[in-house]
Design a binder for this molecule. Sequence first.
Ligand code: NDP
Ligand code: N5H
Length: 255
Amino acid sequence: MLLANKNIVIMGVANERSIAWGVAKSLHEQGANLIFTYRKERSLQKLQQLLEKEQIPATAVVSCDVDNDDSIVAAFADIGQQVGVLHGLVHSIAFAEKEELQGEYADTSRAGYLTAQNASAYSFVAVAREAKKLMTEGGSLVTQSYIGAERVMKNYNVMGVAKAALEASVRYLAEDLGKYNIRVNAVSAGPIRTLAAKGVSGFNDIMSVIEERAPLRRNIDQSEVGDATMFLISHLSRGITGEVLHVDAGYHVIG
Ligand code: NDP
Ligand code: N5H
């Protein structure tokens, strides 16, 4: 058991397809104590059903809207009271308005740009600051990114720019928190059919391209992202910080 007696926060379970739920299963297999945060009541209900079905105990379940600083501060104060020390945190949250995820990036509105940055990039900075206060024995933070941060991917648009900011934040946070023995990394996952991905234009075409062109000639799933995230949370990755680890069947090496 790589994570016995380790207190790990998981943010972003909306349902059984969520990347965060894949992460929860991988962390649970290694004996971690899991603390979940959610935003919508619907997500809380889904989470409670999943925990019961899979017989996974939650150490705590706390409400947290990452668009709101007071909500973040209150959530981590609550977590601190319940568990005292944190050893890890997984941020698996992003949001952009649907109308910004199609057409030309050049048409992005100021409001749409700020919404995406706020929920998808700044949220990780704010969460890292609060989590750090509880990581008195060192720790590991992991966020979820996508190759649209590095290259132009059709329709990803404003979210690509938000993920670029998120990946840059991983590097700056790695420098700031390294002196406290807190590591900061990202996983860059290939496309997975989740609630957030539902209804976004071009999703099926992108999955077909991966099947044809990725070195492994297939798509990846939540369990693969879960295991890679578990590795980055665990002691096995103790020399790694400021890294973006691709879990994408190798697609990122193809020109
Ligand atoms: P999900 O829809 O399962 O998860 C998205 C989560 O974001 C939901 O739990 C949602 O909670 C939460 N969320 C959105 N806004 C807020 C907010 N303001 N405060 C708190 N929570 C919020 O989709 P995924 O699992 O696909 O997404 C997880 C992460 O993985 C995202 O960062 C995404 O960009 C990334 N990713 C996804 C890929 C994919 O193909 N699916 C590929 C690469 C990266 P609620 O509904 O309760 O608001
Ligand atoms: C190139 C692509 C396909 C096009 C772009 C997709 C971008 C998706 C990311 C964001 C997170 C989707 C999003 O915010 C959708 C919302 O506007 C509407 N959905 C919701 O509100 C649901 C109910 C909730 C749960 O969603 C959120 N976000 O809270 C990228 C794809 C191939 C890969 C992909 C899907 C990447 C990614 O980052 O998720």
